[in-house]
Design a protein around this ligand. Structure first.
Ligand SMILES: NC(=O)c1ccc[n+]([C@@H]2O[C@H](COP(=O)([O-])OP(=O)(O)OC[C@H]3O[C@@H](n4cnc5c(N)ncnc54)[C@H](OP(=O)(O)O)[C@@H]3O)[C@@H](O)[C@H]2O)c1
Length: 246
């Protein structure tokens, strides 16, 4: 898959490196081409140097890609060099485009990226910034949908960037589950593949109208984490959720 990333910061680095390692083609973008190019070179060397894990989508045969099949045999995938370009270049390049810029820059970046994302799968990882930054009346996913005309899928916003660097993110033997909110079936298929390529399990979170709930969840959980509380401890296991008999 060709993945264009609007952003050259932490999330672009963490997720883009994982996807390059899994054999995808990645192009990142930032405000300064020299800085983004240096970042792309670091991503290429990390993707090449770090051992890969078997991408689950490849195990299930969803990805017909010889480079990824190589990774299943425990070999290092044929990593293509991560590239850097302008915002518009990343929007043009991607079969899938990920928006990974700070809230303050979203509108300007998407305007600069132009019309190329119309009708494409667009991954939105964004969260509101700072206390008071979250406004339930103005979901970031809705703004990104309006400005791009893309098939937006909200994903990857619930965990800190360091979790997305883990190969794979597994806690107490349980692979991390990643909820996806989006409306377009083809876009959801593409993003599910990218989730499984991290060694994670995709979870259906409903339509894009529910992305606001993912944004609210992140705002609430981040508040708990910063106050020193274990956000996971506030939720019961599935058997005690009320939806299933223990
Ligand atoms: N970090 C996390 O743990 C985490 C976890 C989940 C979700 N997220 C969300 O993911 C998105 C990206 O986060 P990140 O951690 O990758 O951020 P970051 O490391 O600070 O990178 C931000 C990117 O946004 C670009 N940008 C464009 N306009 C900007 C502006 N006006 N002000 C600041 N940056 C601007 C930056 O460009 P330059 O490259 O030119 O600086 C950079 O590429 C955010 O919405 C964040 O809420 C972050």
């Amino acid at each position: 898959m060709r993945i264009g990333i609007l952003g050259a910061g932490g999330m672009a680095d963490a997720l883009g490196t994982q996807w390059a390692r899994a054999g995808h083609e990645v192009l990142i973008s930032g405000r300064d081409l020299a800085r983004s190019t240096a970042q792309a070179e670091r991503m290429t060397s990390h993707a090449t140097a770090t051992p890969t894990h078997p991408p689950r989508s490849a195990i299930r045969g969803e990805v017909a890609d010889v480079r990824v099949r190589g990774a299943v045999r425990g070999e290092v995938a044929d990593v293509r060099a991560v590239r850097a370009g302008s915002w518009a270049a990343a929007a043009e390049f991607g079969d899938v485009v990920m928006v990974a810029v700070r809230q303050a820059g979203v509108t300007d970046v998407l305007r600069a990226a132009g019309a190329a994302m119309r009708g494409k799968p667009v991954i939105d990882v964004s969260n509101a910034e700072g206390p008071g930054g979250y406004d339930p009346a103005r979901p970031l996913a809705g703004l990104i949908h309006e400005l791009t005309g893309g098939h937006v899928v909200k994903a990857f916003n619930l965990c800190h960037v360091d979790v997305w660097r883990m190969t794979p993110p597994v806690f107490d033997g349980r692979p991390l589950a990643v909820p996806l909110c989006g409306d377009d079936p083809a876009a959801l298929v593409a993003v599910r593949t990218l989730v499984t390529d991290l060694g994670c399990t995709p979870v259906d979170g409903g339509g894009l109208d529910r992305a606001v709930l993912l944004e609210a969840t992140a705002a609430f959980m981040i508040g708990l984490w910063f106050s020193g509380a274990d956000a996971q401890a506030v939720l019961p296991p599935l058997a005690h959720s009320g939806a299933h008999q223990p």
